[in-house]
Design a protein around this ligand. Structure first.
Ligand code: SAH
Length: 390
């Protein structure tokens, strides 16, 4: 066995930061160990949730000592967790001394979806999103992103390949995932790896506000499903809601989506549309959206290449937007249906615990009190709000 000099001045490698390739390289180059050892340790971490090298019983004493000297498995600390009355579960995870982010698990009939954050805060300033109000603090590391899956999977007692209670991951939590490209791609690769969480490509979805160049880059390196936050089918309105649209207007965004779908041959793209009262919920908006979606199908010569997901706006303190009433939501949906497009309305889940889309805020330094006060206020108002029809 190769001797490895132990240098205490070098920071320990957090093994949660490494995908299969990185782990193999670390084992070969730093520890002088064989590849199958790297695979063993990934299973200990991601399948059995073991973080203490001493408990990894099939690794020899010498290897365990080497690991102790050079590596660690540092998982996010659960600061607070809250189950919702509807089965949704939210975690507030401490990322360092100052920052915490939120992760949400949403069970449904035959799937369990985890909504994962990619940044502390967000720089994009979408006008209707609560995360935007805290500004941008920093990117999450790969360990901090996959750590969210680790925490949830352990909580769910998820045994890969047997009891799949965590079946889907959506990168729809806090942050813009394509602005933290490398770490997000690496984390998604662990999600899909059999040595990680073994999720099918299609069951990992990245949602973007429309970072055009990064959509192309993603197409080159990954096979995940793509969701695009559209919210308006004309540039004037979209720029108002999603300022990034100024830089990458709808026509360019749609072309990037065409390229992505072409590369993925036959895979559809989901367009998310958050419905806001009197802003983008009128019949002309529905018709405009239907037209844009039809153009997309035509470009790809494929029916339903564009999927639409309608999300009734979820309010948060201080917002100037409102959720449309149910009749308006239904009218919007009906117009899309009549154009031949299925457009499910995403049911609001976990809104009694502030876990719905766009309500995730986490904590940045001294926001702790505000968050606690807000939760208290909501609780005193009495439980969950009314769900829109699914
Ligand atoms: N930055 C990425 C991922 C985070 S947002 C993106 O923009 O796609 C996840 C989804 O929630 C997006 O479609 C976003 O537009 C939507 N969303 C944000 N705020 C919302 C709110 N208050 N109510 C409903 N949906 C919201």
């Amino acid at each position: 066995m190769t001797e490895v000099a132990i240098d205490a001045t070098v920071a320990k490698q957090n093994l949660l930061d490494l995908d299969r390739e990185g782990m193999e390289r670390f084992f070969a180059e730093t520890l002088g160990e064989k590849r199958f050892r790297a695979h063993q340790i990934m299973k200990w971490i991601h399948h059995r949730y073991v973080t203490d090298f001493n408990d990894m019983t099939d690794l020899g004493k010498v290897l365990r000592a080497k690991l102790e000297a050079h590596a660690e498995v540092r998982v996010p600390q659960v600061q607070f967790e809250k189950p919702s009355t509807d089965g949704t579960h939210k975690w507030l995870l401490a990322m360092d001394g100052k920052n915490a982010i939120e992760t949400v698990y949403i069970p449904d009939k035959n799937r369990g979806t985890l909504c994962v954050s990619s940044q502390v805060g967000c720089a994009l300033n979408c006008q209707f999103c609560s995360t935007a109000t805290q500004g941008f603090n920093r990117n999450l590391s790969t360990a901090e992103i996959i750590g969210q899956v680790w925490v949830a999977a352990r909580h769910l007692g998820n045994v890969p390949h047997k009891q799949r209670r965590l079946t889907n991951v959506v990168m729809m939590g806090m942050g813009e995932p394509l602005m933290n490209f490398d770490n997000v791609v690496r984390a998604m690769s662990i999600m899909r790896d059999d040595l990680g969480y073994g999720l099918a490509n299609k069951r990992v979805t990245l949602s973007t506000a429309g970072m055009v160049p990064m959509i192309d880059k993603l197409a080159e390196v990954s096979d995940v499903s793509l969701a695009v936050s559209l919210h308006a089918a004309n540039d004037a309105l979209r720029t108002e809601l999603v300022p990034l649209n100024k830089k990458y207007p709808i026509a360019e965004l749609m072309e990037a989506c065409v390229r992505y779908a072409q590369r993925k041959r036959g895979e559809s793209i989901t367009f998310e549309y958050t419905l806001m009262r009197d802003v983008n919920d009128q019949p002309q908006h529905a018709r405009e959206l239907a037209r844009l979606m039809r153009e997309f199908d035509n470009r790809l010569q494929m029916k339903d290449a564009a999927k639409v997901n309608l999300i009734p706006f979820n309010p948060f303190p201080g917002t100037r937007y409102e959720r449309p009433d149910d009749a308006t939501i239904r009218r919007f949906q009906k117009l899309l249906n009549e154009s031949g497009r299925i457009a499910p309305v995403r049911r609001t889940r976990g809104d009694d615990i502030d876990a719905a889309c766009g309500q995730l805020k986490g904590q940045v330094a001294d926001r702790t009190r505000r968050q606690a006060e807000h939760l208290k206020r909501l609780e005193s108002q009495g439980g969950p709000g009314v769900d829109a029809a699914a």
